[in-house]
Design a protein around this ligand. Structure first.
Ligand code: 5GP
Ligand code: ZN
Length: 111
C-alpha cells in the first residue's frame, strides 16, 4: 500500500480529522474511533512503515520513542499503568497497515 492510500498517513496530514492527544516532530497520537478501554490511544510515527517489525529494523530509536510517548499518555490520563499492543499481520487482527501502538489505559484492564 502506498502512503497516498494509507488512512493513518491521511490522519497525520490532517486530511481526515482525529482527536489529537500528543504530537512532536516524529510522532502523532490520537484517540481510537472505537475504544476498547476507557482510554484507547493510537501512537503512530509520521513516517510510513507497514508494521512494527519494519519500524524496528529501520529505526529502533523511533520505536523506543513511541514507548516513551505511551508512558507519558498513561501518566497524563491515568496513574501510569498501561497496555501496549502492536497487532502485526492480518491473522493478528491488523487492519491498518501503518504501524501503530495501541495504548489502553484509564481503568483496571481485564487480564
Ligand atoms: P488494528 O486493528 O490495525 O491494530 O487497529 C486499527 C485501529 O484503528 C482500530 O482500533 C480502529 O478502531 C482504529 N481506526 C480505524 N479507522 C479509524 C479512524 O478513521 N479514526 C480513528 N481515530 N481510529 C480509527
Ligand atoms: Zn501511512
Amino acid at each position: 500500500m502506498s502512503d497516498s492510500d494509507c488512512l493513518f498517513c491521511k490522519i497525520i496530514a490532517g486530511e481526515i480529522p482525529s482527536e489529537k492527544v500528543y504530537e512532536d516532530d516524529t510522532t502523532y497520537a490520537f484517540r481510537d474511533i472505537n475504544p476498547k478501554a476507557k482510554v484507547h490511544v493510537l501512537i503512530v510515527p509520521r513516517e510510513h512503515y507497514a508494521n512494527v517489525a519494519e519500524l524496528a529494523a529501520d529505526d529502533a530509536d523511533q520505536l523506543a520513542h513511541m514507548v516513551k510517548v505511551a508512558q507519558r499518555i498513561a501518566d497524563d490520563e491515568f496513574h501510569g499503568d498501561y497496555r501496549l499492543i502492536f497487532n502485526t499481520g492480518l491473522d493478528a487482527g491488523q487492519t491498518v497497515f501503518h504501524v501503530h501502538a495501541h495504548v489502553l489505559t484509564g481503568e483496571k484492564l481485564d487480564e
